[in-house]
Design a protein around this ligand. Structure first.
Ligand code: HEM
Length: 229
């Protein structure tokens, strides 16, 4: 039933809002992994990318605010929907069984709230380190983001935390993309199964891609014991 919030407060509106915001966050991750992959080309290329994105882009503060708003709406709406579903079923099932085909229920789908909350913690630690951590100047202009990334991922425990978190990102996207496709009402006999499959492939590419970046940065620390991959 529509309340004060109108359509967006109904269960259909909520699912739509979660789907659209989730899809926007997925698009951000695609851009983010593309930018971060430039670290393989060394400090000059990577810092130049950061310089162009940050110093030459007057829309950046607006984009960052929009990203934050999208993230907050996604988190707020999903937690509220989870709590509403919980209170609608006050007595939990005695035993949880896999739903089997044709249900889309998987480990990834039934742990969305846990993976989402993990990502919230990851993001607080991650954004604090990169956005609000110590910065160094890069002589050609802007900041030395390459050095910052090297330092942030020089601790093996931090790299382990990143790799675990990327598994969680993959799991969240594995179900999340399929769920967004469904919430957005995309239901074509030929294209929907392909889209669902592509979503799963992208989930794995994003998770494994970020893991490779984190491991590469750790293994390519400046100084002794340098390993080139
Ligand atoms: C190996 C994995 C990752 C690396 C090396 C990495 C690297 C970075 C870097 C270098 C920045 C700073 C960019 C800047 O301030 O201009 C950044 C910011 C950020 N990252 Fe990541 N990232 C990783 C994974 C992720 C994941 C999985 C997410 C989301 C779930 C994420 C979300 C963000 C956000 C929201 C920001 C702040 C953006 C802003 O303020 O403009 N990152 N990351």
């Amino acid at each position: 039933m529509a309340s004060r919030g109108g359509f967006l407060s109904t269960s259909v509106g909520t699912k739509l809002l979660i789907g659209v915001t989730g899809f926007l966050l997925f698009l951000y991750l695609l851009i983010h992994i593309g930018g971060n992959a430039l670290i393989f080309f060394g400090p000059a290329v990577f810092n130049n990318y950061a310089y162009v994105m940050e110093q030459k882009n007057p829309l950046l503060p607006l984009i960052e605010l929009a990203l934050l708003a999208v993230f907050l709406i996604h988190a707020f709406k999903t937690v509220r929907m989870f709590l509403a579903n919980q209170s609608a079923r006050p007595v939990p099932y005695a035993m949880k069984k896999p739903a089997g085909t044709p249900s889309r229920k998987t480990l990834a789908s039934s742990t969305m709230i846990v993976s989402g909350l993990w990502l919230l913690v990851f993001l607080i630690i991650h954004v604090k380190a990169f956005r609000f951590g110590p910065e160094y100047d890069w002589p050609a202009g802007g900041r030395d983001l390459y050095r910052q990334e090297m330092e942030n991922l020089s601790n093996p425990l931090m790299v382990l935390f990143y790799i675990l978190s990327m598994t969680v990102v993959g799991s969240h996207l594995f179900h999340g993309i399929a769920s967004a496709v469904q919430s957005l009402g995309l239901d074509h006999p030929k294209w929907t199964p392909r889209l669902l499959f592509a979503g799963k492939v992208f989930a794995v590419i994003i998770a494994v891609g970020f893991m490779i970046i984190a491991a590469w940065v750790y293994l390519n620390q400046p100084g002794a014991g340098r390993v080139r991959v």
